[in-house]
Design a binder for this molecule. Sequence first.
Ligand code: AKB
Length: 324
Amino acid sequence: MNKILVTGSSGQLGSDLVVALRQHYGMSNVIESGWRIPSHNRSLIYEVLDVTDRTQLQKLIEHYQIDTIYHLAGVLSAKGEQHPDRCWDVNINGLRNILEVAKAFKLQVFFPSSIAVFGPHTPKLNTPQITVEDPATLYGITKVAGELLCHYYAQRQVDVRSLRLPGIISYSAPPGGGTTDFAVEIFHAALQTGTYTCFVRPETRLPMMYISDAIRAILDIMQADAAAIKIRSSYNIAAVSFSVAELVAEIQKHLPHFTCDYAPDFRQAIADSWPSVIDDSKARADWGWQHQYNLAAIVEEMLAKVDVRSEEPGVERQEIGALR
Ligand code: AKB
């Protein structure tokens, strides 16, 4: 019987993951949580939870008799540079609390790592599973440490599973402070105003994944036979890689008048430090990972599903807390 806690459940990933988990495991078996009450009121069960408070976390686990945690609470790359103390506290101490509680209560854990574990000296093309990890951001440093913590606790009987996620493209919830956010913002701008000012240069090429693929990857790795999960730090996982210019050209096939200009900011350096194309052959071999969405399919579905009518100017977007 799965009784599931999702931390950071109102974030970009959590919003869709909760829906999928409820379809699989039943509405009342998925408990949402976050550091503040979310603006949506979709949830049957939502708990305000600060993951840096281990006592509060433990009480929640006991109260709901949780057996699985999807630990999505975290501060992303761009926000992490602006709020380093919070980034360290949530990403490191929060994860350690989750893993300690998982050890005590024999819980299964999902932890999202990131391509941000890689850095300027990592091979940019076909980045191997095991390679140089010299992150240029605090976020990346917390993800490297997080992966090592996962490996450490796995050796101490915690069933923890993790993916190095690329930029995630989704329509139902906005991303919250990452460097790959441009790949979501661009769709909203294209549909709202027909023009977008991108904060990284046109030739910037990064690994990306459509939300449906990301959710399936998370469910698949969590449901896989434990013996198949041979890597307990975190698996490289990939779907597509494209430059901003290629994304713009694909959008223009549907919206020929769409224009994009460029005003690179501090996020350019972060993007430049990350790989362009990831080798995810271990995930494909070990537990059968396969992506479905290519760039054309992503663009088609995003343009059909982004709901600009619900976006009024001045509506506050989700800040940190939101989490992966
Ligand atoms: C970010 O841009 O910070 C995230 C990530 C790649 O981990 N989307």
